[in-house]
Design a protein around this ligand. Structure first.
Ligand code: GLU
Length: 302
Protein backbone atom coordinates (compact mmCIF):
# COMPACT_ATOMS: atom_id res chain seq x y z
CA UNK A 1 0.00 0.00 0.00
CA UNK A 2 1.40 3.39 -0.93
CA UNK A 3 0.14 6.87 -0.42
CA UNK A 4 0.86 10.15 -2.11
CA UNK A 5 2.84 11.54 0.83
CA UNK A 6 5.52 8.87 0.34
CA UNK A 7 8.21 11.04 -1.22
CA UNK A 8 8.00 14.07 1.10
CA UNK A 9 7.76 11.69 4.04
CA UNK A 10 10.93 9.89 2.96
CA UNK A 11 12.67 13.21 2.59
CA UNK A 12 11.71 13.96 6.18
CA UNK A 13 13.33 10.75 7.38
CA UNK A 14 16.46 11.57 5.42
CA UNK A 15 16.46 15.00 7.07
CA UNK A 16 16.05 13.44 10.50
CA UNK A 17 18.98 11.11 9.88
CA UNK A 18 21.10 13.98 8.55
CA UNK A 19 20.25 16.06 11.61
CA UNK A 20 21.60 13.23 13.71
CA UNK A 21 24.94 13.25 11.90
CA UNK A 22 26.64 16.00 13.94
CA UNK A 23 26.12 13.79 16.99
CA UNK A 24 28.21 10.97 15.53
CA UNK A 25 31.33 12.04 17.35
CA UNK A 26 29.62 11.34 20.69
CA UNK A 27 30.87 8.31 22.54
CA UNK A 28 28.78 5.23 21.81
CA UNK A 29 26.93 6.82 18.93
CA UNK A 30 27.06 4.61 15.86
CA UNK A 31 28.51 5.92 12.61
CA UNK A 32 25.76 7.25 10.33
CA UNK A 33 26.77 5.27 7.25
CA UNK A 34 26.72 1.79 8.71
CA UNK A 35 29.38 -0.63 9.85
CA UNK A 36 33.05 0.22 9.83
CA UNK A 37 34.46 -1.68 6.84
CA UNK A 38 37.72 -2.39 8.64
CA UNK A 39 35.91 -4.21 11.46
CA UNK A 40 34.10 -6.62 9.15
CA UNK A 41 35.44 -10.16 8.79
CA UNK A 42 36.42 -11.47 5.37
CA UNK A 43 35.45 -14.97 4.33
CA UNK A 44 37.72 -17.30 2.42
CA UNK A 45 36.13 -18.36 -0.84
CA UNK A 46 36.00 -22.12 -1.36
CA UNK A 47 37.15 -22.30 -4.97
CA UNK A 48 36.60 -26.07 -4.96
CA UNK A 49 32.93 -25.74 -3.93
CA UNK A 50 30.68 -28.18 -5.73
CA UNK A 51 27.00 -28.82 -5.11
CA UNK A 52 26.22 -30.95 -8.18
CA UNK A 53 22.76 -32.01 -6.99
CA UNK A 54 21.59 -28.41 -6.68
CA UNK A 55 20.02 -26.82 -9.77
CA UNK A 56 20.20 -23.42 -8.03
CA UNK A 57 23.96 -23.76 -7.51
CA UNK A 58 24.57 -25.05 -11.05
CA UNK A 59 22.60 -22.13 -12.55
CA UNK A 60 24.53 -19.60 -10.48
CA UNK A 61 27.84 -21.21 -11.48
CA UNK A 62 26.89 -21.04 -15.15
CA UNK A 63 25.79 -17.42 -14.78
CA UNK A 64 29.06 -16.62 -13.02
CA UNK A 65 27.43 -14.88 -10.07
CA UNK A 66 24.95 -15.37 -7.25
CA UNK A 67 21.78 -13.30 -7.00
CA UNK A 68 20.81 -12.67 -3.38
CA UNK A 69 17.58 -11.01 -2.28
CA UNK A 70 17.67 -8.72 0.75
CA UNK A 71 16.43 -5.44 2.22
CA UNK A 72 17.85 -2.00 1.49
CA UNK A 73 16.56 0.21 4.30
CA UNK A 74 17.18 -1.61 7.58
CA UNK A 75 20.19 -0.07 9.38
CA UNK A 76 22.76 -2.56 10.75
CA UNK A 77 20.75 -5.45 9.30
CA UNK A 78 20.54 -4.89 5.55
CA UNK A 79 20.99 -1.42 4.18
CA UNK A 80 22.05 0.01 0.84
CA UNK A 81 24.07 3.20 0.73
CA UNK A 82 22.23 5.26 -1.91
CA UNK A 83 25.44 7.03 -2.93
CA UNK A 84 27.61 3.97 -3.54
CA UNK A 85 25.01 1.22 -3.97
CA UNK A 86 26.98 -0.74 -1.37
CA UNK A 87 25.01 -3.07 0.96
CA UNK A 88 25.92 -3.56 4.62
CA UNK A 89 24.57 -5.15 7.78
CA UNK A 90 24.37 -8.44 9.65
CA UNK A 91 22.19 -10.21 7.08
CA UNK A 92 24.53 -9.05 4.31
CA UNK A 93 27.44 -10.63 6.21
CA UNK A 94 25.48 -13.88 6.59
CA UNK A 95 24.80 -13.80 2.84
CA UNK A 96 28.52 -13.29 2.11
CA UNK A 97 29.62 -16.16 4.39
CA UNK A 98 27.26 -18.51 2.59
CA UNK A 99 28.36 -17.25 -0.83
CA UNK A 100 32.04 -17.84 0.05
CA UNK A 101 31.33 -21.46 0.94
CA UNK A 102 29.40 -21.92 -2.29
CA UNK A 103 32.41 -20.65 -4.25
CA UNK A 104 31.44 -17.00 -4.84
CA UNK A 105 33.45 -14.01 -3.63
CA UNK A 106 31.83 -10.67 -2.79
CA UNK A 107 32.55 -9.42 -6.31
CA UNK A 108 30.34 -12.22 -7.62
CA UNK A 109 27.25 -11.47 -5.53
CA UNK A 110 24.48 -9.32 -6.93
CA UNK A 111 22.20 -8.06 -4.15
CA UNK A 112 18.59 -7.29 -5.03
CA UNK A 113 16.15 -5.40 -2.80
CA UNK A 114 12.92 -7.31 -2.36
CA UNK A 115 10.11 -6.15 -0.04
CA UNK A 116 8.67 -8.42 2.68
CA UNK A 117 5.49 -9.12 0.74
CA UNK A 118 7.36 -10.22 -2.42
CA UNK A 119 9.91 -12.67 -1.02
CA UNK A 120 8.16 -15.97 -1.68
CA UNK A 121 7.32 -14.97 -5.26
CA UNK A 122 10.90 -13.81 -5.94
CA UNK A 123 12.30 -17.14 -4.74
CA UNK A 124 9.66 -19.19 -6.56
CA UNK A 125 10.23 -17.31 -9.83
CA UNK A 126 14.01 -17.69 -9.66
CA UNK A 127 14.56 -13.91 -9.40
CA UNK A 128 16.98 -14.67 -6.56
CA UNK A 129 19.09 -17.73 -5.69
CA UNK A 130 18.54 -17.14 -2.00
CA UNK A 131 17.11 -14.50 0.28
CA UNK A 132 18.78 -13.10 3.40
CA UNK A 133 16.76 -10.31 5.01
CA UNK A 134 15.06 -10.65 8.41
CA UNK A 135 13.04 -13.53 6.98
CA UNK A 136 11.08 -15.46 9.61
CA UNK A 137 10.83 -19.21 9.14
CA UNK A 138 7.26 -20.46 9.50
CA UNK A 139 5.08 -23.32 8.29
CA UNK A 140 2.95 -21.16 6.07
CA UNK A 141 5.95 -19.83 4.14
CA UNK A 142 7.42 -23.34 4.00
CA UNK A 143 4.54 -24.24 1.68
CA UNK A 144 6.16 -21.94 -0.92
CA UNK A 145 9.89 -21.83 -0.12
CA UNK A 146 12.60 -23.71 1.77
CA UNK A 147 14.52 -22.32 4.74
CA UNK A 148 18.10 -22.93 5.81
CA UNK A 149 18.94 -21.95 9.37
CA UNK A 150 17.76 -20.46 11.65
CA UNK A 151 20.79 -18.21 12.07
CA UNK A 152 19.31 -15.68 14.54
CA UNK A 153 16.30 -15.36 16.86
CA UNK A 154 14.50 -12.00 16.78
CA UNK A 155 11.24 -10.96 18.44
CA UNK A 156 8.41 -8.61 17.50
CA UNK A 157 8.63 -5.30 19.33
CA UNK A 158 7.42 -1.68 19.20
CA UNK A 159 9.12 1.56 18.22
CA UNK A 160 7.65 4.81 19.53
CA UNK A 161 8.62 8.47 19.78
CA UNK A 162 10.96 9.31 22.66
CA UNK A 163 8.27 11.29 24.53
CA UNK A 164 5.66 8.49 24.34
CA UNK A 165 4.83 7.03 27.76
CA UNK A 166 1.43 5.43 27.08
CA UNK A 167 2.67 2.50 24.98
CA UNK A 168 4.54 -0.24 26.82
CA UNK A 169 3.42 -3.35 24.97
CA UNK A 170 0.85 -4.62 22.46
CA UNK A 171 -1.86 -4.41 25.16
CA UNK A 172 -1.65 -0.60 24.94
CA UNK A 173 -2.31 -0.39 21.20
CA UNK A 174 -6.14 -0.43 21.07
CA UNK A 175 -7.30 2.45 18.86
CA UNK A 176 -3.69 3.46 18.09
CA UNK A 177 -2.28 3.84 14.59
CA UNK A 178 0.42 1.23 14.18
CA UNK A 179 2.53 0.85 11.06
CA UNK A 180 4.22 -2.29 9.76
CA UNK A 181 5.25 -3.86 6.44
CA UNK A 182 2.56 -5.59 4.42
CA UNK A 183 3.14 -9.35 4.18
CA UNK A 184 5.32 -9.47 7.31
CA UNK A 185 4.68 -11.72 10.30
CA UNK A 186 4.42 -8.71 12.70
CA UNK A 187 1.72 -7.21 10.48
CA UNK A 188 -0.15 -10.51 10.39
CA UNK A 189 0.15 -10.97 14.17
CA UNK A 190 -1.28 -7.52 14.94
CA UNK A 191 -4.11 -8.08 12.48
CA UNK A 192 -5.03 -11.44 14.03
CA UNK A 193 -4.31 -11.03 17.76
CA UNK A 194 -4.90 -7.28 18.24
CA UNK A 195 -7.93 -6.46 16.06
CA UNK A 196 -8.55 -3.08 17.74
CA UNK A 197 -5.25 -1.71 16.41
CA UNK A 198 -5.56 0.72 13.48
CA UNK A 199 -3.06 -1.08 11.31
CA UNK A 200 -1.30 0.70 8.46
CA UNK A 201 0.80 -1.26 5.95
CA UNK A 202 3.58 -0.02 3.69
CA UNK A 203 6.14 -1.81 1.54
CA UNK A 204 8.98 -1.10 3.91
CA UNK A 205 9.66 -0.15 7.52
CA UNK A 206 11.59 3.03 6.75
CA UNK A 207 8.36 4.58 5.43
CA UNK A 208 6.70 3.59 8.73
CA UNK A 209 9.51 5.20 10.74
CA UNK A 210 9.19 8.30 8.66
CA UNK A 211 5.44 8.38 9.48
CA UNK A 212 6.23 7.93 13.18
CA UNK A 213 8.64 10.89 13.20
CA UNK A 214 6.10 13.06 11.36
CA UNK A 215 3.35 12.17 13.89
CA UNK A 216 1.19 10.31 11.39
CA UNK A 217 1.30 7.02 13.34
CA UNK A 218 1.72 6.19 17.05
CA UNK A 219 4.04 3.20 16.77
CA UNK A 220 5.95 1.01 14.33
CA UNK A 221 5.93 -2.71 14.94
CA UNK A 222 8.34 -5.31 13.63
CA UNK A 223 11.35 -7.32 14.82
CA UNK A 224 13.49 -5.82 17.60
CA UNK A 225 16.60 -6.18 15.38
CA UNK A 226 15.14 -3.84 12.77
CA UNK A 227 13.71 -1.36 15.29
CA UNK A 228 17.00 -1.19 17.26
CA UNK A 229 18.73 -0.05 14.11
CA UNK A 230 16.27 2.78 13.49
CA UNK A 231 16.34 3.85 17.16
CA UNK A 232 20.16 3.86 17.16
CA UNK A 233 20.18 6.22 14.17
CA UNK A 234 18.03 8.86 15.89
CA UNK A 235 18.23 8.09 19.63
CA UNK A 236 17.00 11.58 20.53
CA UNK A 237 13.71 10.95 18.75
CA UNK A 238 12.87 7.24 18.94
CA UNK A 239 12.93 4.39 21.45
CA UNK A 240 11.83 0.77 21.74
CA UNK A 241 8.85 0.16 24.05
CA UNK A 242 8.24 -2.92 26.22
CA UNK A 243 9.52 -6.44 25.65
CA UNK A 244 9.52 -8.59 22.50
CA UNK A 245 6.24 -10.49 22.17
CA UNK A 246 7.02 -13.18 19.60
CA UNK A 247 9.80 -15.42 18.38
CA UNK A 248 11.07 -14.73 14.86
CA UNK A 249 13.67 -17.31 13.82
CA UNK A 250 15.56 -15.91 10.82
CA UNK A 251 16.16 -18.25 7.91
CA UNK A 252 17.74 -18.08 4.47
CA UNK A 253 14.96 -18.47 1.94
CA UNK A 254 15.82 -20.95 -0.85
CA UNK A 255 13.87 -22.65 -3.65
CA UNK A 256 11.59 -25.18 -1.98
CA UNK A 257 12.55 -28.24 -4.01
CA UNK A 258 16.33 -27.72 -3.87
CA UNK A 259 17.22 -29.76 -0.81
CA UNK A 260 20.92 -30.04 -1.72
CA UNK A 261 21.18 -26.26 -1.84
CA UNK A 262 19.35 -25.82 1.46
CA UNK A 263 21.65 -28.30 3.22
CA UNK A 264 24.76 -26.65 1.71
CA UNK A 265 23.56 -23.32 3.12
CA UNK A 266 22.93 -24.98 6.52
CA UNK A 267 26.51 -26.31 6.47
CA UNK A 268 27.87 -22.85 5.68
CA UNK A 269 25.93 -21.18 8.52
CA UNK A 270 27.03 -23.84 10.99
CA UNK A 271 30.68 -23.58 9.95
CA UNK A 272 30.80 -19.80 10.30
CA UNK A 273 29.08 -19.92 13.68
CA UNK A 274 31.68 -22.42 14.91
CA UNK A 275 34.72 -20.53 13.58
CA UNK A 276 33.73 -17.20 15.15
CA UNK A 277 32.77 -15.35 11.94
CA UNK A 278 29.12 -15.14 13.00
CA UNK A 279 29.98 -13.35 16.23
CA UNK A 280 32.57 -11.08 14.56
CA UNK A 281 29.96 -10.14 11.96
CA UNK A 282 27.33 -9.47 14.63
CA UNK A 283 29.69 -7.30 16.69
CA UNK A 284 30.58 -5.21 13.64
CA UNK A 285 26.95 -4.67 12.56
CA UNK A 286 23.89 -5.31 14.73
CA UNK A 287 26.04 -5.16 17.85
CA UNK A 288 26.57 -1.44 17.11
CA UNK A 289 22.99 -0.81 18.23
CA UNK A 290 24.07 -1.76 21.75
CA UNK A 291 22.91 -5.34 22.35
CA UNK A 292 25.66 -7.96 22.93
CA UNK A 293 25.78 -11.02 20.66
CA UNK A 294 23.33 -13.72 21.74
CA UNK A 295 23.90 -17.45 21.25
CA UNK A 296 22.51 -18.39 17.83
CA UNK A 297 19.68 -20.95 17.72
CA UNK A 298 20.48 -24.51 16.54
CA UNK A 299 20.22 -25.24 12.80
CA UNK A 300 17.08 -27.15 11.83
CA UNK A 301 17.94 -29.55 9.00
CA UNK A 302 14.67 -30.92 7.69
N1 GLU B 1 10.78 -11.23 10.43
C1 GLU B 1 9.51 -10.74 10.01
C2 GLU B 1 9.06 -11.36 8.71
O1 GLU B 1 9.76 -12.14 8.12
C3 GLU B 1 9.50 -9.24 9.93
C4 GLU B 1 10.64 -8.60 9.22
C5 GLU B 1 10.45 -8.45 7.74
O2 GLU B 1 9.36 -8.07 7.29
O3 GLU B 1 11.42 -8.68 7.03
O4 GLU B 1 7.94 -11.14 8.25
Amino acid sequence: MRNSSRTPALALLAAAVLLAVPACGKEGTPPPKGPDQGALPTYQVNEAANVPDSPTWRNAKERGRLIVGTKADQPYVAQQDPATGYYSGFDIEIAKMIAADLGFGVDRIEFKSIASANRETAIQNGQVDYYAGTYTINDNRKKSVGFAGPYYMAGQSLLVRKDEDGINGPQDLDGKKVCSAAGSTPYQRLQKDYPKVKLIGYDSYSVCVDNLISLQVDAVSTDDTILMGYAAKVPDQLKLAGQPFSQEPYGIGVPRGDRAFRLAVDDAIEKHQANGDWKRAYDATLGLSGVPAPTPPPIDRY
